[in-house]
Design a binder for this molecule. Structure first.
Ligand SMILES: [Zn+2]
Ligand SMILES: [Zn+2]
Length: 162
């Protein structure tokens, strides 16, 4: 897993108001960055005053959702759920095979190896900050300690309000 130069820059991902598909832009905001890649609908950022000239948004802090201005954001590991499941399933499958072939110590060794691999991958991937309201995603912004891991109850409040 190599990290290319551009991969280190902050990135904003948003879901289109109209077609609900995912687009991204990288700060600083430029004209047209808010256009959906799929249907070209503008999804203008509404944080603070919105884009107010060159150099917006500031990337030193992330206090509010840049897309909708919501103040409640949460953090999670930037790992698609499917990959996590695939790792666990392959660990189970591999250790089952190993059990059949080598018996218990072999199966255990395989399971341990996959667990270590899982841990290494987990440590290497970064976190993403997500908006409770519009689900916009913010990658590689400096961590804000006020953003806590996902809270189901808080998310439900938004679902009811929507
Ligand atoms: Zn769209
Ligand atoms: Zn938002």
């Amino acid at each position: 897993m190599r990290v290319t130069a551009g991969r280190r820059d902050p990135e904003v991902g948003f879901y289109c108001d109209d077609c609900d598909r995912y687009s991204t832009w990288t700060p600083p905001f430029a004209d047209g960055d808010d256009r959906c890649r799929h249907c070209a609908l503008p999804n203008p950022p509404r944080a603070g005053k919105g884009p107010d000239g060159a150099g917006w948004p500031p990337v030193e802090t992330l206090d509010e959702c840049l897309q909708c201005g919501n103040l409640e954001l949460y953090t999670r590991k930037d790992l698609p759920q499917q990959i996590g499941c695939a790792v666990v399933l392959s660990a189970v499958a591999l250790s089952t095979v190993a059990y059949a072939v080598w018996d218990f110590p072999g199966a255990f060794a395989v399971f341990a190896a996959v667990a270590v691999l899982d841990f290494v991958i987990y440590r290497r991937i970064g976190s993403v900050t997500v908006c409770y309201r519009c689900h916009a995603e913010f990658r590689r912004f400096p961590a804000n300690p006020e953003h806590r891991p996902f809270d189901m109850h808080r998310a439900e409040e938004y679902d009811v309000g929507a």
